[in-house]
Design a protein around this ligand. Structure first.
Ligand SMILES: [Ca+2]
Length: 169
């Protein structure tokens, strides 16, 4: 009985450890203070945004995942206009991707998957939600300037099979 109970506890523990959602404030990641903006409605009251001049034009997140597996990357952020709505992203030493950030005219902060551009045969592209296979342990995710003005409030990393609800545009 005790043995079964402890096995059950270990199984439950593993389950919970795996189901962990990692939420990282952009302003608490490795970023130059010049890139942090105070925004009242933002999580933690701050976002990261790059302007055209700052030399430091990236924010680096370091995080640990509890187990090998497939993970999804989400964010809270917004574009401010059609010319201020994209970032570059890079996981570890993987290829750098372009992320077109969702936005609306009321300029709400929107919870959305980090997406990457996938080219179609006709030369156009669409945004696909970013997922990656990660090994247990530490990884980095860098978000950098592509178009100045886009805002990143926080980054969310979760197991790929977890259901997360995207904010409507
Ligand atoms: Ca924030």
């Amino acid at each position: 009985m005790t043995k079964w109970m402890s096995m059950l506890m270990i199984l439950l523990g593993a389950q919970f450890a795996f189901a962990e959602v990692i939420e990282l404030e952009a302003e608490d990641a490795k970023v130059d203070a010049a890139n942090i903006l105070e925004v009242k409605e933002a999580s933690g009251g701050k976002v990261v945004a790059f302007d055209k001049k700052t030399k430091q034009s990236s924010v680096e997140f370091t995080f640990k995942v509890p187990a090998d597996g497939e993970y999804q990357f989400w964010a809270v952020g917004r574009g401010m206009s059609g010319r201020e709505d994209s970032f570059y992203t890079q996981l570890d030493k993987e290829k750098r991707e372009t992320w077109d950030v969702k936005w609306n005219t009321s300029q709400d902060l929107i919870k959305q998957p980090v997406r990457y551009r996938v080219s179609k045969d006709d030369g156009k592209y669409f945004g696909k939600a970013y997922t990656a296979k990660l090994t247990k342990g530490e990884h980095t995710f860098v978000v950098s300037r592509r178009e100045a003005g886009a805002q990143l409030d926080k980054l969310i990393i979760a197991p790929a099979d977890m259901k997360i609800k995207e904010d409507k545009k």
